[in-house]
Write a protein that binds this ligand. Sequence first.
Ligand SMILES: Nc1ncnc2c1ncn2[C@@H]1O[C@H](COP(=O)(O)OP(=O)(O)OP(=O)(O)O)[C@@H](O)[C@H]1O
Length: 246
Amino acid sequence: MTDLLTITGLRRDFGSLRAVDGFDLTLAEGDRHALIGCNGAGKSTVLHMVAGAVRPTGGRIAFAGTDVTRKPAHRRSRLGIARTFQTPAPLDSFTCLENLTLAARPHDATSRWRPSRRRAALAERATAQLAALNLADRADTPASALSHGQRRLLEIAMALMAGPRLLLLDEPAAGLTDADMARLLECLGSLPAELTVLLVEHHQDVVTAIADTVTVLHNGRTLTSGTPAEIAADPQVAEVYLGTAA
Ligand SMILES: Nc1ncnc2c1ncn2[C@@H]1O[C@H](COP(=O)(O)OP(=O)(O)OP(=O)(O)O)[C@@H](O)[C@H]1O
């Protein structure tokens, strides 16, 4: 497998606070990696820097052989990086189908087609994406009428409409009911094998189900990394979560 994402010495200061302090990570095509750690460890800041929403203070991010450290979010998105947010962000007054076709527009490879053919092709892809996430019966429902769990799934579907190579998921399981969690796990379990996923998540069940490898962040630095089973058995990690680590 070739490396898709290489993060080297990544740093971010907010005033005098060093939120991310020399973070390294390499992901190959198809890797499923989780970032875990206590509140304020720096997980979301790493994700924001990979997405291009927060500018690093130092370090380098390379994606598919291109240095993207200073590239704006929309350029990274065109290169194949898609993300979801801690709070789902679909457009409330638009239907699920409309949200999906809008999400695909900037990445639409059919732009030279006649408008009617183009619309039909996009709608077909969007319908297939909704079906893949068990939302087929919600195609014409406004996003505002969805449950919190369905909005999370819709947001993932929107990210997938861009045809990404790297999917960044920021706490996809936050606030979900058990039933919604089961749907989310099903959805994440059926993502294309070649799609690389970098996940920030507090729910251990989700991390164990999705991730092959895990990095534990503590005070902006990597405390340790390993398989979910290795991390679950690591006493250092337990210390961090119990608040007894330095
Ligand atoms: N825009 C910002 N301005 C100032 N400080 C920030 C900003 N964003 C994050 N921080 C600080 O940086 C540190 C890391 O925050 P971050 O959100 O990355 O942590 P996290 O590990 O994702 O936490 P959580 O699990 O609570 O989401 C925290 O101390 C946070 O308060």
